[in-house]
Design a protein around this ligand. Structure first.
Ligand code: C5P
Length: 223
């Protein structure tokens, strides 16, 4: 593992299935960084809505989010919501369908962004999501925007879901991804967009290792 000398913030954004989580996790391991999966936080608070059948825009949900406690363990592998391990639950199709509606509520974003910035202040970090390069860490030392074709992204998500024994099809996963992309890119608050100073990486025809090596090399050369 290469240790980087000074405190560094790497921010990475991109749509669902672009490879952000896997890439960021590996870069974190290689460079000895804290890994922040910001989507996991939006997914965790979506469980609060599902648990009590609260609409995404209900004031009650906002109160629950303000009062909840989210914590990561094992450098992002485990996420605890109010002390309960919800790492598996946050990846279910029910959460996939609702999360973008919860994530568009400004009061909810405000709480989660504050939490992310506190985590970012703790040390060198690689953080990934939809607004990390634009809103959460606008002054990040390095910014990357990962993308891939919709079909390739759906294929990757399908493989993940099949590994969890979720019974679904490529067409269903692709439709869900298109619907989530549409919500994430057109919402009023903090939509997914490419920061002007982000390096765009198209991962469609690249292996995870190729993308990881590119990012690690770029950071090490320019640190
Ligand atoms: O990255 P992941 O697919 O797990 O994110 C789940 C959802 O959380 C996204 O579709 C988006 O609606 C929301 N999200 C967000 N801002 C982030 C990260 C995720 O709005 N920084």
């Amino acid at each position: 593992m290469k240790k980087i000398g000074s405190q560094v913030t790497i921010a990475m954004d991109g749509p669902a299935g672009s490879g952000k989580s896997t890439v960021a996790r590996r870069v974190a391991e290689k460079l000895g960084l804290l890994y922040l999966d910001s989507g996991a936080m939006y997914r965790a608070v979506t469980l609060l809505a599902i648990a009590d059948a609260l609409p995404a825009d209900s004031p009650k949900l906002i109160d629950r989010v303000k009062a909840c406690h989210i914590e990561f363990r094992d450098n992002g592998k485990t996420i605890l919501l109010n002390a309960e391990d919800v790492s598996i639950q946050i990846r279910t199709p029910a959460v996939n369908r609702l999360v973008a509606d919860v994530a568009k509520i400004p009061e909810i974003r405000h709480e989660i962004v504050k939490h992310q910035q506190r985590i970012g202040a703790e040390g060198s970090i690689i953080a990934e999501g939809r607004d990390l390069t634009t809103i959460v860490f606008p002054n990040a030392d390095f910014k990357f925007y990962l993308d891939a074709s919709v079909t390739e992204r759906a294929r990757r998500r399908l493989a993940e879901l099949q590994a969890q024994n979720v019974d679904t099809t490529l067409a269903v996963v692709e439709a869900e991804i298109i619907a989530r992309d549409e919500k994430d890119t057109t919402r009023e608050h903090s939509p997914l967009r490419t920061a002007d100073d982000a390096i765009i990486v198209d991962t469609t025809d690249k292996t995870i290792d190729e993308v990881v090596d590119f990012i690690v090399a770029h950071v090490c050369e320019n640190e």
